[in-house]
Design a binder for this molecule. Structure first.
Ligand code: LLP
Length: 426
């Protein structure tokens, strides 16, 4: 599942002790394993090989240029959701024909940028956007390809903030509207509406919602084909699970076993947009213990990374396993599921330095004895970690480090106060 493991009481990322990285680059810091990224990318590719899908890595999950370049070299296309993400794809020389551009609010400038760049598909989310895309394509004399994002009205059973495929969601159009949408725009000559896009939410740790959504999507495609529309693409989105508590996400092969038979004989180009399932377990947030304190009955471990570095616990009450990187004798966990049962642990909250009560990284955790100066790893932080970091409390963003075997490289330097204020005038 990942390449973070304990050896001689030291947490290693691949072959490098992470405390060595912390000493060299400081904390907080994001540390990624190249082998884990590639392992999860290849797991999706191999599991779905029967469909020969275009795997468009979702840049929004972890968009560092080195990571994107590494995945491009492994064969990935990209799922983008903004002009900024398009600029990232351009910066690494991505093949623009392997890019899907999603998002409910694409600006004219972003649409023009994407048409000029030659992106493969626009995932269109509303009638108004389609009309705008047609108008801009006409003005440019471009022939654009688009897929319609439909809401299959499936409950992905995930956090309400990251559930996207229900009828009342702001994303896409509902299924009934899908037929009318094609009647209105499906024969346009500037924008070739050639596919259906589904993305039901994230993370989706069960397979059944994909089966329902894709079944409904395929029924719509069959109906549209019967009506004479030329549909050649289905984009099944992302949202595949990752391991946060233990090994709770189904492996890529389990999703594939259920999904491949639904699409195998449909003569469709299949696009997938995984982000989290590739990136989450490939990264940790390394922090350092600043202080221990007690207030009321609670014990707090105050570390130098906070909600500005990793927002997920504050925003979704997301669970991230956390453990010291150099635990004392007897406190090396056998696995994450049973770590909290070791004798001699203490109940603690891990909190950051930000001026909000919501600034926590973990709550009610049984943790080994620690002292000021110890390093602590927050696991499964590779996806939606650094990309959601903010400058709140004027805190510079942490660096990103990529480990490859015995070596590591800083792939984003730590911001300075000057970097932080560079765009401001006084
Ligand atoms: N495709 C579309 C259209 C999406 O909106 C997303 C994620 C993905 C693909 C990739 O989903 P993934 O495979 O990474 O699950 N900030 C939240 C997650 C928001 C996901 C937004 N869309 C979190 O930290 O959990």
């Amino acid at each position: 599942m990942d390449h973070f493991h304990f050896q001689d009481n030291q947490l290693h990322c691949e072959n490098v002790p992470v405390s060595e990285i912390a000493e060299r680059v400081g904390t907080p810091a994001y540390v990624y394993s190249k082998a884990t990224f590639l392992h999860h990318y290849r797991a999706v590719r191999d599991a779905f090989a029967a469909l020969d899908p275009l795997i468009c890595y979702s840049i929004k999950s972890c968009g560092n240029l080195s990571i994107c370049r590494m995945l491009k070299n492994a064969g990935a296309g990209f799922d983008i959701v903004s002009g900024g993400e398009l600029a990232r794809a351009e910066a690494i020389g991505a093949d623009m024909s392997q890019i899907v551009f999603a998002g409910v609010g694409k600006s004219d400038a972003e649409i023009e940028h994407a048409i000029d760049a030659g992106v493969g598909w626009f995932n269109v989310e509303s009638e108004a956007e389609m009309e705008n895309l047609i108008a801009i394509s006409r003005r440019k004399g471009a022939r654009t390809r688009a897929a319609l994002r439909v809401n299959p009205d499936v409950d992905p059973k995930t956090h309400r903030y990251t559930s996207t495929g229900k009828k009342e969601s702001k994303f896409g159009v509902d299924l009934e509207r899908g037929r009318r949408f094609f009647d209105a725009y499906g024969r346009d000559d500037a924008v070739h509406l050639c596919g259906i896009h589904l993305h039901i939410g994230s993370p989706v740790n069960s397979i059944e919602p994909y089966v329902s959504a894709i079944t409904k999507g395929v029924e719509l495609i069959d109906a549209l084909r019967n009506d004479g529309f030329d549909i050649d693409t289905i984009d099944i989105g992302g949202g595949f699970g990752a391991h946060y508590r233990d090994a709770e996400a189904p492996p890529a092969v389990s999703y594939a076993e259920a999904i491949v038979p639904l699409l195998e004989d449909k003569k469709l180009k299949v696009i997938m947009e995984p982000g989290r399932s590739i990136a989450a377990n490939a990264g940790i947030l390394l922090t350092r213990v600043l202080y221990l304190k007690q207030s009321g009955e609670r014990d707090f471990l105050i570390v130098d990374g906070g909600m500005n570095d990793l927002l997920r616990p504050a925003l979704y009450e997301a669970y991230h396993f956390a453990w010291p990187t150099s635990p004392r004798e007897g406190f090396v966990p056998a696995d994450r599921a049973t770590a909290g049962e070791l004798p001699g642990l203490k109940l603690m909250d891990i909190v950051g330095p930000v001026c909000e009560s919501g600034d926590f990284l973990a709550r009610d955790r049984m943790l080994p004895p620690m002292e000021r100066g110890d390093f602590l790893a927050i696991y499964s932080a590779g996806a939606y970690g650094m990309v959601m970091a903010s400058h709140y409390n004027t805190r510079p963003n942490p660096p990103e480090i990529l480990v490859d075997g015995d070596t590591f490289q800083v792939i984003r330097k730590r911001e300075t106060y000057d970097d932080l204020m560079a765009a401001e005038r006084c």
